[in-house]
Design a protein. Sequence first.
Length: 349
Amino acid sequence: MTGATALTQSPPHFNLQGLGIMQLRRFAGTIAVTAFATAGAFLFDGTAIAEEREASVAVTAIVEHPALDAVRDGVRDELAAQGYKQGENLRFVYETAQGNPTTAAQIARRFAGEDHDVIVPISTPSAQTVIAATESVPVIFGAVTDPVSARLVASLSEPGGRVTGVSDLSPVAKQLDLIREVLPEAKAVGVLYNPGEANSVKILELLREHGPQRGLQIVESAAPKSAEVLAAARNLVGKVDAIYVPTDNTIVSAIESVVKVGMDNDLPVFAADTASVPRGAAVALGFDYYDLGRQVGTIVVRVLEGANAGDIPVQGVATTQLSLNPKMAAEMGLDFPQAVLDRADEIVE
């Protein structure tokens, strides 16, 4: 009679509202274990089947270069620091589009069809393709210059929907001040950019705004593809006193070509990301993209544990770093003032 009574009892009521992704999975696992145990489903050693499903985070970038790679590594390391470890309770998937927009769209569609809890696109092009391909998966972007004009979020303070992330909008005014300090006689600065990257178009707008205020003419040279960067850099020779490389994935992926032009023509190369300095840029005032990745990782954890992505304001990078490469600067005809050397955060030998 006891067994019959148990079978006729009303099922318990569970309030699932407000539970996070991982909490829901733990709940589902508990229900599954209970069901198996009630039916007598045990392993050979008598223990019930009870295995919590791992979290799944998919990461994609438009191209491979040190800055974007550092974002990926920062995300993974922050997840590990907060208890989500690859191979234990985390599935961490990474794919790069190798600079190909068609490939980026294919990756986005594939991720959308898989069972991921969060997708992390690194760079503006990757974020745009992922958001276009998905309808419900939370998206936490990294290294996006202007997420509002790129139409990723409604606003920085209230992103809305299921999207948020960390912006890497460059401190353009400070970068131009540095160029003016290092090259007080400079009259023109050349800018290489890919017109197809929304982030680069935004940076160019800021350069046009702030350059003339400092007596600097901005001369642009477009390179829609990595293979065209060398020619675009050569197009600036004789027209400018320095070359500025923005956080443009196309240009940064081929920065060695820009460095060659700088060395051959005594044109100092200024970069917007510090990862370009070990690759040959003379100087960079920018962000540590590994730290940016750690910031992204903290947001991913918040979403895994129940927060709604669209309720989290888009974050910016609070601090900048000054990185110098005196050897390469000398090869480009540039000597750093002592005041600049003294305040450098990193000097690459």
